[in-house]
Design a protein around this ligand. Structure first.
Ligand code: CP
Length: 311
């Protein structure tokens, strides 16, 4: 089977069809298994990743870097890139990635502006991966989320998924919900009215999957297989008073999980603030730290496929 991901950018999860997503997930499973026996592989020997992060990150940047190291490649890393690169002098993203294409074989970029990944990809002459463009999308998070769901639940088809929290600004929700359109998933969206998922995405999803919107979390939890919790993102609100009104809208406690549905799988892209109480962490279904671990395998798979080095 030819590798249709070779040489491609990943700006939006919609850039990938179902077969391509499945190929990433299957490659991730192979690489995870290989790395249990051999911690460092040689698939990307001599290849260089440039990691440009204009916004804070723990998981995405470090798991991309870990992934490249485990594949045998090297990493150029610009954390705090807004201050530490010539962006501070006014260089455009397109010019920056055009130049960095001379130094690296693949670029991963996070930036606070919607559309910034597209701009970077247009300037670059090497593949660009979107690691989050403002409140728009985070497609590699969706890949690791799907990988986690398959590992935790065995399959994606037939699941009842509840997404709760900041669905308006949550880029992980935007990418994952649109990925669900490829499967037979029933999706329930739980949010305060001010943070509902934008209607163009909702309307599009309603054409493809069963979807319901509600503010009643406890009822939705009773029948869910996967609970996908997100943080209310203080940094996306222009008026702090608006954040204060909604910040404690939904808090998942151990008592709430045990009284509604102890068999559910609980996910969160992290970081969390207070939306999942720490006493939930020891429940068997609390998958969010395993989910973060899976970022390495999903990102290894994606880079190996884009650089056409997957076995
Ligand atoms: N999930 C996620 O994107 O985490 P970071 O912001 O730490 O990269």
């Amino acid at each position: 089977m030819s590798n249709t991901l070779a040489g491609r950018d990943l700006v939006s999860i919609k850039d990938l069809n179902k077969e391509e997503i499945l190929r990433v997930l299957e490659q991730a499973a192979r690489l995870e298994e290989q790395c249990q026996r051999q911690p460092k592989l040689n698939l990307l020997n001599g290849r260089i990743l440039a990691a440009l992060f204009y916004e804070p990150s723990t998981r995405t940047r470090l798991s991309f870097e870990s992934a490249m190291h485990r594949l045998g490649g090297d990493v150029l890393s610009a954390a705090s890139a807004a201050k530490t690169t010539s962006a501070a002098k006014g260089e455009t993203l397109a010019d920056a990635t055009r130049v960095i294409s001379g130094y690296a074989h693949i670029v991963v970029q996070r930036h606070p502006q919607i559309g910034s990944a597209k701009e970077a990809a247009e300037g670059a002459t090497v593949p660009v991966i979107n690691a989050g463009d403002g409140s728009n999308e985070h497609p590699t998070q969706a890949l690791l989320d799907l990988y986690t769901i398959r590992k935790e639940r065995g399959q994606i088809d037939g699941l009842n998924v509840v997404m709760v929290g900041d669905l308006l600004y949550g880029r992980t929700v935007h990418s994952l919900s649109q990925a669900f359109a490829h499967w037979d998933v029933t999706l329930t969206l739980v949010s305060p009215p001010a943070l509902r998922l934008a209607s163009p995405i909702v309307d599009d999803l309603k054409q493809k999957i069963a979807l319901e919107e509600t503010e009643d979390l406890a009822t939705a939890m009773k029948t869910c297989d996967v609970l996908y919790v997100t943080r209310i993102q203080r940094e996306r609100f222009s008026d702090p008073a608006d954040y204060e009104k909604v910040k404690d809208s939904y808090v998942i406690t151990r008592q709430l999980v045990e009284s509604t549905n102890p068999d559910m799988t609980i996910m969160h892209p992290l970081p969390r603030v207070n939306e999942i109480a720490t006493d939930v962490d020891s429940l068997p279904g609390a998958a969010y730290f395993r989910q973060a671990d899976n970022g390495v395998w999903a990102r290894m798979a994606l880079m190996a496929l884009i650089l056409d080095a997957a076995e």
